[in-house]
Design a protein around this ligand. Structure first.
Ligand SMILES: [Zn+2]
Length: 270
């Protein structure tokens, strides 16, 4: 599933090819994504200049003079740059053509979306209730500490809730909790202020590192297969259930939480 670093990598990959360029045509092959692509979408952006691209959580916002296109990659979506003679593959659902360059959306499972937003995009119902961006100042120890008081939810579930903070996917939750020596099943409300400091710092670290490493494969990504290399990074616990803990050597425990793989060290994480 595309996570925040992958969406950020996508943004950085497509921006140099599309920003401040005019859309010459739009091709929609399959309008039925998670929600239907607005039937007048092509009309709305045709001949319009793309003025900006920003990310909010895992949403990409494409700014035009009269509104924003909102794209989410869902479970299996990707955006890539191809040249205008590249024939579409199955599951390539739409193209934005910028003369010779095409921004192409691919999504086998079709859980992504392309919507049109008039007015202030951050007030759109999909964005309005989102928590702070993890890599901004707004997400800090003080915020996490206050927000988690009296919450009996497991801390892992808590930090993966996009109302609390956006973009902490399963891999990053596992990794940052291990680095912070916090057991994933611990109640959020039981975190100390020091725990919150550690956890905020480590969430920022794992996400920033992943974006950096996604960035190193940007050229491949833009040129071809649409697979950023963020899984290649060194992971301390995720995917390592049953292996030895890198800190103490004990066997890492793997459990399911909310149907997601959860790996932790019973000794190092309290
Ligand atoms: Zn350990």
């Amino acid at each position: 599933m595309p996570e925040l670093p992958e969406v950020e990598t996508t943004l950085r990959g497509i921006a140099p090819h599309t920003l401040n360029r005019r859309i010459s045509s739009v091709v929609i092959r399959q309008p039925q994504l998670r929600w239907e692509i607005p039937p007048n979408f092509a009309e709305l952006v045709n001949k319009k200049e793309l003025l900006g691209i920003t990310r909010r959580g895992k949403y990409l916002l494409f700014e035009f003079v009269h509104g924003h296109a909102l794209i989410h990659l869902g479970m299996s979506g990707s955006l890539r740059i191809v040249d205008s003679i590249t024939p579409p593959n199955p599951h390539d659902h739409f193209d934005w053509v910028f003369d010779t360059v095409v921004l192409r959306y691919h999504d086998p499972r079709r859980f992504g979306c392309l919507l049109w937003v008039e007015g202030e995009p951050h007030e759109h119902k999909l964005l309005a209730a989102l928590g702070p961006e993890p890599l901004t100042e707004e997400f800090n120890a003080d915020y996490l500490y206050k927000r988690s008081r009296n919450r009996s939810q497991a801390i892992k579930q808590f930090i993966m809730d996009s109302h609390v903070v956006v973009g902490v996917g399963n891999i990053y939750a596992n990794e940052s909790l291990f680095m912070s020596r916090i057991k994933p099943i611990r109640k959020a409300g039981a975190l100390t202020r020091k725990n919150c400091e550690d956890l905020v710092r480590n969430i920022k670290f794992v996400l920033a590192r992943s974006i950096e490493q996604g960035g190193t494969t940007l050229r491949d990504f833009v040129g071809g297969d649409g697979k950023p290399g963020y899984f290649k990074q060194q992971l301390l616990v995720y995917g390592r259930g049953g292996e030895a803990c890198s800190e103490c050597g004990k066997t890492l425990k793997e459990v399911r939480m909310m149907d997601r793989t959860t790996v932790y060290c019973v000794d190092c994480q309290k």
